[in-house]
Design a protein around this ligand. Sequence first.
Ligand code: BGC
Length: 393
Amino acid sequence: MIATILKTRIQNAIMKKISYFFAGLFFAGLFFLASCGNPSEQNQTLVKPGITKVDWGQADGKKVELFTLTNGKGTQIKISNYGGIVTSFIVPDKQGHRSSIVVGFDSLSGYLAKPPYFGALIGRYGNRIGDAKFTLDGKRYTLAANNGKNALHGGLKGFDKVVWDASIINDSLPSLKLGYLSKDGEEGYPGNLKVTVQYTLSNDDELKITYDAVTDKATPVNLTNHSYFNLTGDVGNTILGHTLMINADHYTPVDTTLIPTGEIRSVTGTPFDFTSPKQIGRDIDSVKGGYDHNWVLNRRDGSLQEVAVLSDSISGRSLEVYTTEPGLQFYTGNFLDGKLINHDGKPIKQHSALCMETQHFPDSPNKPDFPSTILKPGEKYHSETVYKLIVNK
Ligand code: BGC
């Protein structure tokens, strides 16, 4: 009797072990099949979104830091409080290999040597003001002429070369808030301008940039970010093979010093027509010097909408641009000359990268017919731009 009970118990225990073994085998198999399904997903490590910082040196006697924003997919954006510079934007390509889609340097010294605004915040006025002069409320203001006879990107020491006050916002999404007080008279501009810029990285690989400002005297304000993109992640490839769509039926033609003539011209039948996706290299040779123009976006109501899509078939990456601004400066890196070395060790040559700077139109303070860039006391400047990376598998 006892022997029979013992025998049955032993048999049961063995059966249990066998069924656990097969159940384990079954789930292991399921897991294996799931992970084999999509090679790029194997590389997609889920990480905790957050923001970290390291000391990055000194400028103007102030501490400079480098912040790393990481989202749940492992996408990383590095931003310094020196010039609010986006130094890298690291994302996977269609094979799952990660690289930076913006050009930049790994150390502060590269930026102190005054590169052409790589990744930087631009202000008080993005792009050019003709003859470095404007008249406001009957008063003539003279700015530094730092681009031939014109003023470019805020002057000799624009917002790209100052140390911003930084604070980390670690809510559900990593976010970096930068503040700067541009004093009355700085670079020739009137009024104390209090500026706040916030960079946020979403779990959908969107870099959102929000700009806010208030002033105590009327002043022109036109803020933007000057990131240079190459979606292949390798500046050894030019951007001439990228495809671009800009939702704009018009652009602003320029004179020989790149100041808009004031005309708003149709893109139809011109090399400036990007209304449907077109390879950048297709018509570039018909544009003297390459593209460096402002497109007049079709969306006029100031809402945040998609205005451009950049794509690269080598990497499978696309970048969607959304903005509340009326204009987009599309610049094909025409003046890049190979003297500066990117963080991947390669020289940054002509057309190694391109900019899509969301903005009001260049020289607006001297062009009464362009949308106004004048901010008055009591008003609030607010502008938003989103760069959204998509990997097409
Ligand atoms: C301008 C270019 C200039 C570049 C770098 C762009 O926004 O339109 O003309 O060379 O910035 O300074």
